[in-house]
Structures are given as structure tokens and as C-alpha cells.
Design a protein around this ligand. Structure first.
Ligand SMILES: Nc1ncnc2c1ncn2[C@@H]1O[C@H](COP(=O)(O)OP(=O)(O)OP(=O)(O)O)[C@@H](O)[C@H]1O
Ligand SMILES: [Mg+2]
Length: 238
């Protein structure tokens, strides 16, 4: 291992993914340090979810390597990657549907071997996200926004080193989106996670992500040059 590599640092080296003749992305290299947040933007079908799938081991890359804390985890099965601390959320919700909120938290903690400290550090989050008064309600009966926030809380209780969030704000109302900000700050400051956020919400990306990967072009842009690109995206969306 490179002695300068940090525990929890995520590195992609020359990663490519193709499906048959479809080249989704090519020769992608990036590093996310613990406590850093990288935004990933790009149009529908650009390969954002595919990138998360390749990093978390659901898909094997066509070329390149994925390193976690300097250790090669390329193509390791999903459960092994999650045991190593690499956790993703889903574009749709990711709760145990028929279980209560309380049971969801207990299960996520149990699966990740953190059953002893399942409830540590989440009381404030549960209050803030209006989940505290609903611990005994069935999760799939909750309003959609609360299901999405529960999905994020579930990633937190597994104590990830690397957190991959696939459109955490999708389908949320404007006020609810601020909760995603709060969640990412918790993960960043209290767990020291390396965070990757895939989002279409450019305001959220601007607020949270000093570094942004534009998947369309396969480039990593720094915060000071991103405005030019984001400007063109906003114009297209208008
Ligand atoms: N398992 C698969 N087999 C074949 N093609 C796939 C597979 N998964 C994704 N694709 C294709 O790869 C491309 C990228 O898809 P992906 O879902 O990663 O896009 P995305 O950027 O997440 O889009 P969105 O913003 O709509 O969520 C698309 O053309 C998609 O059809
Ligand atoms: Mg997607």
C-alpha cells in the first residue's frame, strides 16, 4: 500500500465500462479523500448509476481498478465491498418495506455488524428528518420524502467509509432537499466519509460539492470552472 494513502480513501484508476458496443465511460480516474464530497452530474443515461454500480461491486468494470484505502477492490462482490465500508443508496428508496422504521434501523445495523451502536449519533438526525415520532410506523407507509430520508439514515448506521448516493434528492420537495444537505454534512463531519453524490439538482450540487465530475465528458472539473458547465446545463433544462 502507498504510505500516503488514507484509510477510507476511494480511488478510481483508468476505469472503463461498456455494455457490448455501448461505451458508457472510458478511462476515468479520480480520488475522493475522507471527508470530501464529489458531485457527479450528467444527462439521463450518461452512466452515473453505472459508475456507482462499478464502484460498489455490483458490476465489473471493463478496464481499470477501484481502490479503497489503497486496497484493490475491483470486482469484489457487493457484500464484500459493503463489509469493507463501501455503502450506496438507491435512486429509488432502499428500505425494508414492510418493517417499521425502528426495525429498519436495527436490521441495517445488524447486517453491517454495528448492532451495538445502531442508535449512536442518529437521535438528532431522526428528530430533524421528522422520523423520531414515527419509529413504529411501517416504512413503506411513510410519505415518499421520509422514506428517502430513512434510506439515508440506514446507510449512516452501517458506519460507511465511502458513501455513494444515487440521486438522494430525487422526488423531494424543495424544503426536504435541505435535509439531504444536513445528512451529507453529518456523514462528512461525524463519520469522515468519502462521499460521492449523483444528482440532477444543480443547486444541491453547488451547495455540497467543491469538486464535480461531469460524466458526459469524463472530466473532473474544479469548483471554479464548474459554473461555465453548469450554466449550459441550466440553459438546456430551461
Ligand atoms: N445492465 C445493463 N446492461 C446494458 N446496458 C445498461 C445496463 N445498465 C445501464 N445500461 C445502459 O448504460 C447507459 C447508462 O445508464 P445509467 O443508468 O448508468 O445512466 P444514468 O446516468 O444513471 O441515468 P439517469 O440520470 O436516468 O439515472 C444507458 O444507456 C443504459 O441504458
Ligand atoms: Mg441513474
Amino acid at each position: 500500500m502507498n504510505p500516503t494513502t488514507l484509510d477510507g480513501e476511494l480511488q478510481l484508476i483508468g476505469v472503463s465500462k461498456r455494455f457490448g458496443g455501448l461505451r458508457v465511460f472510458h478511462d476515468l480516474s479520480l480520488t475522493i479523500l475522507p471527508g470530501e464530497v464529489l458531485g457527479v452530474i450528467g444527462p439521463n443515461g450518461a452512466g452515473k448509476t453505472t459508475l456507482i454500480n462499478v464502484i460498489c461491486g455490483k458490476l465489473v468494470p471493463s478496464a481499470g481498478r477501484v481502490l479503497l484505502g489503497g486496497k484493490d477492490i475491483t470486482g469484489v462482490p457487493l457484500h464484500a465491498a459493503s463489509r469493507a465500508g463501501l455503502i450506496r443508496s438507491f435512486q429509488q428508496t432502499n428500505t425494508f418495506r414492510s418493517a417499521s422504521v425502528r426495525e429498519n434501523i436495527a436490521r441495517a445495523a445488524r447486517f453491517s455488524g454495528h448492532h451495538r451502536d445502531a442508535w449512536t449519533g442518529i437521535a438528532r438526525m431522526l428528530e430533524e428528518f421528522e422520523l423520531a415520532p414515527r419509529l413504529d410506523e411501517q416504512s413503506d407507509k411513510l410519505p415518499y420524502g421520509l422514506q428517502k430520508m430513512l434510506g439515508l439514515v440506514l446507510t449512516y448506521v452501517t458506519r460507511p467509509k465511502v458513501l455513494l448516493l444515487d440521486e438522494p434528492a430525487a422526488g423531494l420537495e424543495l424544503g426536504e432537499r435541505k435535509r439531504v444537505d444536513a445528512f451529507v454534512r453529518y456523514a462528512q463531519t461525524e463519520l469522515g466519509c468519502s462521499v460521492m453524490i449523483v444528482e440532477h439538482d444543480m443547486d444541491l450540487v453547488r451547495r455540497l460539492c467543491p469538486k464535480i465530475l461531469v460524466l458526459d465528458a469524463g472530466r473532473v472539473l474544479a469548483a471554479d470552472v464548474i459554473d461555465a458547465y453548469v450554466g449550459t446545463v441550466d440553459e438546456e433544462a430551461a
